[in-house]
Design a protein around this ligand. Structure first.
Ligand code: 5AD
Ligand code: SF4
Length: 437
């Protein structure tokens, strides 16, 4: 009889991809996925350590799982991801119901770990091996999939922004070899995927192809049936000439780019160890837009970094006004154990952080609404992903990654169709399907 696996995923898209691969790896041990924790034989929490709140959620969730373990003593509970890497054994001490702690670089050893769990042992593996962890995992499942997929091409970070735990939890920058990525992309396309988002903590620091990320994108664009390519997350300093050019030259590369800047103040950028200025960021944006004028930009921002003054914050608002974002994520600075920023003087008052965040988010929301409104009347292509909430409606994404609803036959799921945008809301667009020419 097959056993059931429930995985709860927190945090970024890289965790979403890792959860899929863990599920596939444990499929070989007879596990089938379930979305109901109460019927699971194994529960894995794939965790995020980026901000304090994210890490705390893990312990609350473990507390909630206590009653399931009491009812079913054979239930195995594991913690994977960045909290596992950062806190290791501490997790088992704080929450003895945990059987398995597995860091993000050890997922290829999950089948062996599972066997040890079966004999009643507790297992901890947070090593950071140098090899490509995905190489040790089986090929992707051949089952039919939805039209979009993530594909991790790079992991880790050497940038050491002073606020960030990623260089410690995910280790040094590592790129997967291009031939393996090409093979995996072909498998995904055979299984029905039309759009692939390449993932990496510093995806544009990808060096597994002689032509770096731009070279990989061009090769992927040559795969028959792969119509759309995206990549995330990028660092401004790795935005090289070839990649900027690819935005203008590769039609499969979608006109949307997430390019975090974090702050608009040079003083704060320096303290953050970002190694770029507001001006150099704006210059990159200008070059990207010269290559691809309709590029929609997204960003990440942190308010209340230690030492941030009102004037620094005004510089951030000024940068946002200068760029004009179509979408963005913004956060209050959260002091993370082991990071240099935590030791800095001038921690900002919580109330000041909240006030700055509200002002920044109001400006970003205004820009997003304007970007949505600007689509009205335009003709776009939509990759339909699934049925919408209203009967007869499908929902998909435009090239700019905006959600689009349109009345269309379910047979169009998984296809790309022309749509005229009729109305805009802050988070979605309504469109009318156009006849194909
Ligand atoms: N506090 C707040 N936000 C953070 N981020 C990373 N570390 C922190 C922190 N300590 C944000 C950055 C990054 C995004 C993934 O999370 O904006 O780009
Ligand atoms: Fe963290 Fe900076 Fe690396 Fe991004 S570039 S993962 S923010 S250290």
């Amino acid at each position: 009889m097959s056993r059931k696996l429930y995985i709860k995923t927190y945090g970024c898209q890289m965790n979403v991809y890792d959860s899929e691969r863990m599920s596939e790896a444990l499929g070989g041990q007879g596990y089938v996925p379930t979305d109901r924790p109460e019927e699971a034989d194994m529960i894995l929490l794939n965790t995020c350590h980026i901000r304090e709140k994210a890490a705390e959620k893990v312990y609350s969730e473990l507390g909630r799982l206590k009653h399931l373990k009491a009812e079913k003593p054979d239930l195995k509970i594991g913690v994977a991801g960045c909290v596992a890497q950062a806190e290791g054994e501490e997790i088992m001490r704080r929450q003895p119901l945990v059987d398995l702690v597995v860091g993000p670089q050890s997922y290829h050893r999950l089948p062996q770990m599972e066997a040890r769990l079966g004999s009643g042992a507790k297992v901890l593996d947070t090593d950071m091996p140098e090899d490509d962890k995905f190489e040790g995992l089986k090929g992707r499942t051949k089952a039919k999939r939805g039209p979009t997929a993530f594909l991790t091409v790079q992991e880790g970070c050497d940038k050491f922004c002073s606020f960030c735990v990623v260089p410690y939890t995910r280790g040094a920058e590592q790129s997967r070899p291009a031939d393996r990525i090409m093979a995996e992309a072909r498998e995904l396309v055979e299984a029905g995927v039309r759009e692939i988002t390449l993932l990496g903590q510093n995806v544009n620091a990808y060096h597994g192809h002689a032509g770096d990320l731009a070279g990989l994108v061009r090769d992927l664009a040559g795969i028959d049936g792969l119509d759309r390519i995206r990549y995330t997350t990028s660092h401004p300093n790795d935005m090289d000439d070839a990649l900027i050019a690819a935005h203008g030259e590769v039609p499969e590369l979608m006109p949307y780019l997430h390019l975090p800047v974090q702050s608009g103040s040079d003083r704060i950028l320096k303290a953050m160890n970002r190694k770029h200025t507001a001006e150099s960021y704006l210059a990159i944006v200008e070059r990207l837009r010269a290559a691809r004028p309709d590029l929609l930009l997204s960003g990440d921002f942190i308010v209340g970094f230690p030492g941030e003054t009102d004037a620094d914050f005004e510089d951030t608002l000024a940068l946002v006004r200068a760029v004009g974002y179509g979408q963005a994520y913004s956060f209050k600075y959260s002091a993370r154990p082991g990071t240099p920023a935590m030791e800095r003087k001038g921690q900002v008052d919580e109330a000041v952080k909240s006030d700055r965040l509200a002002r920044l988010q109001a400006l970003l929301a205004e820009q997003q609404a304007a970007a949505q409104e600007a689509m009205v009347g335009r003709e776009v292509t939509v990759l339909f992903e699934k049925a919408g909430r209203m009967p007869g409606q499908l929902v998909g994404k435009s090239g700019h990654l905006q959600a689009v609803h349109a009345e269309a036959d379910a047979a169009l799921i998984g296809t790309i169709a022309p749509v005229r945008i009729a109305a805009a809301a802050p988070n979605s667009l309504k469109g009318e399907l156009l006849e194909r020419v």
